[in-house]
Each structure stands twice: as structure tokens, then as C-alpha cells.
Design a protein around this ligand. Structure first.
Ligand code: ADP
Length: 174
């Protein structure tokens, strides 16, 4: 059987190994970026999904959070950025994705992440959660810590991608 170029492209898209990396990303930090880069070694495409959670009051709007991630990965065809609300497993299934990536920093992350992963498995057994560890130097890093340090005048240059540093300056008038 001979297939043409378009069919070949469609087949490639169908065979793409995709994973979803969900989170608040308020804002994205180098710890998140580290996990995404590690994920790229295993998957063809990482869908970074920014959660629009009405229960949380983020510093950055959903549009701002999406834009910072888009700018960070500009020109990288392996990264897709989107927002979502509702149940993560519903979003994953609707987009034909079977793997959820989550980052594990320290023991403190474990209990919450374990609960979430098991709940997601109960809701949708076909969706698998994959935990990844960041580089040791980002193991202490969180979005909240970055915001706190920045507001107190600390340097966050090595902790966030350049578009985030710029957005922090604009947000807090530094
Ligand atoms: P959420 O509100 O869903 O926890 P976050 O944006 O805080 O959203 O985190 C998204 C994911 O990235 C979570 O799995 C979290 O544990 C992980 N994560 C956050 N910061 C880091 C970091 N510095 N290194 C590795 N993983 C991280």
C-alpha cells in the first residue's frame, strides 16, 4: 500500500505520544520548565494545561499565565499550551491523551499528589499519572516562593524564565 504525504502526516499525528502537564502555573517557574524538558525525552508532545480554578485567586490571570508559557516555549513544536477547567481526566480523554505528568519535589508533595492520582485513576482508569523529579536545584522552588521573594526585592533571575521575570516586574511595578 502506498500512502501520500498528507496521509503520512495524518498517521504521524495519530501515532504521536502525547502527555498533559496540568497545573496552576501562577507563574511558571524553572522547576516546571525542568519537568517539561524531561517529559520531552519521553513524549513527542507535551500539552501544558493551565487550570482555571474559580476556587483559587491567582496573581496572574489565566490569559497572562498562558501567554508567559507560550513565550517561554516560543518556536518549540513539542509544546502546546492551553487553558482548561473542570475535571482533568475529562479534558485528557476529550483530547485523546492517556498520560498526566506531575512533578514531585519533596516528600511534602507526595500525599496530595498520591491522593489526586488515585482519584483520577478511579474516575478514569485509562488515564495514567507519571511522576517526575526535577533537578535538585529546583526541588525547593514553588510559584508562591517566587512571588514572595520578588515582592520583597529578591532576585528571581535563576528561578523563572525571562518572560516571567518581565511579567513580575509589570505586575508589581518594580
Ligand atoms: P497545582 O496547583 O496543580 O499544584 P502548580 O503550578 O503548583 O499547580 O504545579 C503543577 C505541577 O508541577 C505539580 O505537579 C507540582 O508538584 C509541580 N511542580 C511545581 N513546582 C515544581 C518544581 N519546582 N519542580 C518540580 N515540579 C514542580
Amino acid at each position: 500500500m502506498i500512502i501520500d504525504k498528507q496521509e503520512c502526516q495524518e498517521l504521524k499525528l495519530l501515532m504521536e505520544r502525547k502527555a498533559i502537564y496540568p497545573g496552576s502555573f501562577d507563574p511558571i517557574t524553572n522547576g516546571h520548565v525542568d519537568i517539561i524538558q524531561r517529559g520531552k525525552k519521553i513524549f513527542d508532545k507535551i500539552v501544558v494545561a493551565v487550570l482555571d480554578n474559580p476556587k483559587k485567586t491567582p496573581v496572574f490571570s489565566i490569559e497572562e499565565r498562558v501567554k508567559m508559557i507560550e513565550k517561554t516555549f516560543e518556536g518549540d513544536p513539542a509544546i502546546e499550551v492551553t487553558d482548561f477547567d473542570g475535571l482533568l481526566v475529562d479534558f485528557a480523554i476529550k483530547n485523546n491523551i492517556q498520560v498526566v505528568i506531575r512533578g514531585l519535589r519533596a516528600i511534602s508533595d507526595f500525599e496530595y499528589e498520591f491522593q489526586m492520582a488515585l482519584m483520577n485513576r478511579k474516575l478514569s482508569p485509562e488515564v495514567e499519572t507519571l511522576f517526575m523529579m526535577p533537578s535538585l536545584k529546583y526541588s525547593f522552588l514553588s510559584s508562591n516562593l517566587v512571588k514572595e521573594v520578588f515582592q520583597l526585592g529578591g532576585c528571581v533571575k535563576d528561578l523563572v524564565p525571562p518572560p516571567v521575570e518581565e511579567a513580575l516586574r509589570e505586575k508589581f511595578n518594580f
